[in-house]
Write a protein that binds this ligand. Structure first.
Ligand code: NAP
Length: 214
């Protein structure tokens, strides 16, 4: 992916990396990315579907090709949104530090990077590969669903990883009442998923018989 910078204005470029499994992507993810883009004045948001996540080896998730294509269909109408294949094309387990290094470029000239993902995942960050370098390279946007206690999040973060407190912004997104799990469960029961995910994604799920087995 090519990032064009204005001469002498490299530091002004900010990008959001939206990390997640996206199985499937839904309206909550899109609202989240758009809200983050506006609040943090991001030039772009790049969705990065996970490839071969080391922490999920035993779980069954849809093929990376399906998750990538659904994500691409979902972001099509937003000129600020892109999708990266950097994790799904990797033959080895993928770590966020490698993805962030990929987009940061050289530290002085690269864009300012915000990593956007679920608040629960961020609470585990001290278990992630090279997390100290990650804290140096990017700022985190921890996204929560309605009903999630932000006070509890701050306490947990302070306990788990005090050096992170100033590097994390919390974003509560009411539209995240929708979850990928909820969509998969509904699809497995033959219930409608209309309006929970963009229509092209809904069509893709039907066409490829995704999630039928629950
Ligand atoms: P996940 O299983 O897809 O999601 C965990 C929870 O967070 C779910 O409730 C999910 O809701 C929500 N969520 C996930 N991505 C979100 C997003 N971008 N915006 C809002 N909510 C989101 O994800 P995960 O496996 O925990 O991983 C999340 C990110 O952290 C990925 O980019 C992953 O690569 C990274 N990670 C890295 C390491 C490492 O480097 N060692 C370890 C763990 C995670 P939905 O199901 O509705 O999406």
């Amino acid at each position: 992916m090519l990032f064009l910078r204005n001469n002498g204005n490299a530091a002004a470029m900010s990008i959001g990396l939206m990390g997640g499994t996206f199985d499937p992507i839904h309206m909550g993810h899109l609202v989240t990315a758009e809200e983050a883009r506006q609040q943090f004045d991001l030039n772009y948001v790049i969705f990065v579907p996970t490839g071969n996540p080391p922490h999920k080896e035993k779980e069954t998730i849809s093929l990376p090709e399906h998750r990538y294509l659904m994500t691409s269909l979902a972001v099509m109408s937003n000129p600020y949104f892109f999708v990266s294949t950097v994790e799904i094309n990797s033959k080895t387990p993928t770590y966020t530090i490698d993805t962030v290094r990929h987009f940061s470029g050289s530290e002085k000239e690269g864009p300012e990077v915000y990593f956007i993902t679920g608040a629960d995942a961020i609470l585990e960050i001290f278990t992630w590969k090279d997390y100290e370098e990650l804290l140096r390279l990017c700022t985190f946007i921890a996204v929560s669903r309605p009903g999630y206690s932000l006070d509890r999040f701050r306490e947990s973060l302070n306990r788990a990883c005090p050096e992170m407190v100033n590097k994390v912004h919390l974003l509560e997104i009411p539209a995240l009442a929708v979850s990928s799990t909820y969509i998969r469960e509904r699809a497995a029961l033959g219930k409608t998923i209309k309006y929970l995910t963009p229509e092209p994604v809904e069509q893709y799920i039907k066409k490829h018989d995704l999630y039928l087995s629950g």
